[in-house]
Design a protein around this ligand. Structure first.
Ligand code: SF4
Length: 189
């Protein structure tokens, strides 16, 4: 019997293991994912979560799908992204920041040194000191979309992609279909 979620009933196969991460992003794409609401319970019949902000698991294990929101703006982002690439069969760039740099990439037309000088050293509001704590990850000169750092298997556009787009994408993968998002599922507001 189908319960209306469009995921057909079937004998329980191995669950797909999913990890997610937010790099230089606003967590809006994760929030849109959570907007699938009670369907997340249906999803858990077919998937299990590895490292995600939802599980608080810190280290990623072997996964079927890695979903990354946000662009790559610092050395820590590069480390996490490469770690996901090593551990995930399929890597998914979700949202405009991951797909093409999005809002974080707006800084790319300003040299990094000028940016830090303007935002910190020349700003009384920010203490006129450029932060240099060794715990802070080093900023890259430019912000990059994910595919400029590692190979990406799927791109889900939108800012954020709608919950319906994320649901359609995931259920296509669960059902071993090539994910396909019709125009009406795409939005950029
Ligand atoms: Fe936030 Fe939009 Fe970037 Fe997603 S794509 S992380 S919603 S700014």
């Amino acid at each position: 019997m189908n319960d209306g979620t469009n995921i057909p009933d079937r004998a329980a196969p191995r669950k797909l293991r999913i990890a997610t991460a937010s790099l230089a992003g606003c967590f809006g794409c994760h929030m849109s994912f959570l907007d699938i609401d009670e369907r997340i319970l249906e999803l858990t019949k077919f998937v299990e979560f590895d490292r995600t902000p939802l599980t608080d698991i810190k280290d990623i294990g072997a996964c079927d799908i890695g979903i990354i929101e946000g662009a790559v703006c610092n050395a820590e982002n590069v480390r996490v992204l490469r770690e996901f690439r090593r551990h995930c069969k399929f890597l998914v760039a979700i949202g405009a920041c991951a797909v093409n740099g999005g809002l974080p990439a707006l800084r790319n037309h300003i040299p990094l040194a000028d940016l830090l000088t303007g935002v910190y050293r020349d700003s009384p509001d920010n203490g006129q000191v450029i932060p240099n704590d060794p715990e802070l990850p080093l900023l890259l000169e430019k912000v990059h979309p994910l595919n400029e750092v590692v190979r990406i298997d799927y791109f889900v556009p939108g800012c954020p992609p709608s919950n319906e787009a994320i649901w359609k994408f995931l259920t296509d993968l669960i059902e071993s279909r090539t994910p396909r998002l019709e125009n009406e599922l795409l939005r950029f507001d």
